[in-house]
Design a protein around this ligand. Sequence first.
Ligand code: AHM
Ligand code: MG
Length: 332
Amino acid sequence: MAHNSSMDKFVSSIGITLDRFITQKQADFSSARGELSQLLRDIGLAAKVINKEIMRSGLIGIEGPAGDKNVQGEEQQKLDVVANIRYIRALTRGGEVCAIVSEEEEDMIDTGNHNAKYVVAMDPLDGSSNIDVNMPVGTIFSVYKRVTPVGTAPTLEDALQKGSEQVAAGYVIYGSSNILVYTTGKGVNGFTYDHSIGEFILSHTHIDTPADGNIFSYNEGNIEDCDEQIKKYVAHCRSKKMTARYVGSLVADFHRNMLKGGIFFYTGTKKNPTGKLRIMHECNSLAFIIEQAGGKATDGTQRILDIQPTSLHQRVPLIIGSPKMVDALLSC
Ligand code: AHM
Ligand code: MG
């Protein structure tokens, strides 16, 4: 039935809930049986719970350090621990995930759901050093199909897959507003949390990153330690009077740059010769998303999504953002 233009505002998908959107999008995959949709809903639910905890963290005293170190020797914040537990619980109970790889856990977790066909890699709370000062933090996740047969116990082979094998990826920002962005390989969409009704609502459809931009995100405190290419590129950014923006929460820096046009890079330093960020928990997800939005992600020599991970907590250099800016850095 034809509709006139005044009806557009009623048929636009802006404003529908995350759950409904996921259900509608399932139709893009003819063989889909709803498991991935359920898994994404489970993540959406856990995101709401974490958001609630973060909003109250100052009141209930969970924003400080927990006293433990995680497997990388970094101090674990209490909220890191809380977020890790919440996501693992949501994904385990949800039943669609056979294995979870978390930044906060040394080993892969076998959820016991051996009939499930998906594996999730995640950083439950990224940028956690920002929690106690009210800066944005986030969750980053990647979803893979297992490679071992359904019905058997998952193995490391299921986890150590190239980023190009992801079937879905996304992140949540707990910041000035609470936003969930995800892709299943058919574009990138973002949902803003409406506290009054307790739902993520579609707010950013088909996100495309600008081909070029004016923002560079780099921890310039590392510049003495970095290689000539980075020094040259930073000098180039300064000479062009670009805008330096570095929150220190990857999701926040990434999200802003994707929407406005920009580049984020964290390459090798003396302390971390292959950079700080982890391929499984952080880089692959954002690389998949930026490519879906028309951008690029590389470690300086190859596409992030083509790297074969060899260990769960492997770190790689990350250069990610608007395609022309990534190319300009590589040509330095
Ligand atoms: P985390 O996973 O321990 O929170 O560390 C990752 C964070 C990123 O969010 C951010 O981009 C980066 O570390 C900042 O590191 P630095 O303080 O060295 O600039
Ligand atoms: Mg992290």
